[in-house]
Design a protein around this ligand. Structure first.
Ligand SMILES: [Fe+2]
Length: 261
């Protein structure tokens, strides 16, 4: 069974980093004590403290309190395969999309050969990259040597639209966690699909190093998720697949009154 990429203390620390707020500042801005915040960051859930700090961090308190029991509905769509491979002590996804004999790969894992070995002889028409963090591009050299076409995030954002068989790929800017980042809308699978890289995970977002990066991430997410619509399936760079509707309800970064509603 797949678990979420981030637990609730990770979400809180990512929000603190993104807003440029440390424990002392967060305590000064809210009614929460430094000790209570430290305890939360150590993994002790305390709903009253979450409610006190959430507004200052732009997080939805109900979603944050419920995060330990959140897992999106399992996705089972023919032609979508998650290739989950190791990245140090963690895991990272690549996604293989197949329709009517056309196969596309999104991201390439961390270790050079992991994703190639998981293709089991399938030869994708193209390999799209979301962003150039090492855990997403580790397999690029291997796949290029095998003769595959690599389309990186900059090239994808410049060209924007790609057609392979009955699949249409539209690149869209999801910068913030890493700039540039390309997200990819996929049409032709029956359901609308978004490859999100690390811009959004089930229950969290990719780490943003400062307030400007976080603002960029939110601006792009707002645009892309609105365009996607609630039924859109999200295939993220880490953790399980989800949908826009489930993230609007359960992702503490998204499930806020002032944000996407
Ligand atoms: Fe990343």
């Amino acid at each position: 069974m797949s678990s979420l990429e981030d637990e609730f203390p990770d979400v809180i620390s990512k929000a603190m980093l993104g807003h440029g707020i440390d424990t002392a500042i967060l305590a000064a801005k809210t009614e929460a004590t430094p000790a209570a915040i430290t305890s939360l960051l150590d993994g002790e859930m305390d709903a009253p403290t979450v409610s006190l700090i959430s507004p200052a961090l732009g997080l939805g308190p109900a979603a944050l309190i419920s995060l330990p029991s959140y897992l999106p509905e399992p996705l089972a769509i023919e032609g979508i395969r998650r290739i989950e491979v190791p990245f140090g002590q963690w895991m990272v996804n690549a996604w293989l999309i197949e329709k009517d004999g056309t196969t596309l790969l999104f991201d390439t894992g961390h270790r050079p050969n992991d994703v190639f070995e998981n293709l089991h002889g399938t030869s994708p028409e193209a390999v799209f990259i979301t962003h150039d963090h090492p855990d997403h591009i580790g397999g690029v050299d291997t796949l290029r040597k095998k003769g595959l076409t690599i389309i990186n995030e900059t090239e994808a954002l410049n060209r924007e639209k790609f057609t392979y068989g009955s699949l249409t790929i539209t690149a869209t800017d999801l910068s913030g966690h890493k700039t540039p980042t390309a997200g990819y809308f996929i049409e032709g699978m029956g359901e609308k699909i978004l490859i999100s890289g690390d811009a959004i995970f089930a229950g969290s977002i990719g780490r943003c190093q400062n307030p400007a990066a976080l603002q960029t991430a939110f601006d792009n997410l707002h645009r892309v998720l609105t365009q996607a619509g609630d039924d859109c399936i999200i295939l993220p760079g880490h953790g399980p697949a989800t949908t826009v509707a489930q993230e609007r309800a359960s992702n503490p970064f998204i499930a806020t009154a002032k944000y996407l509603h």
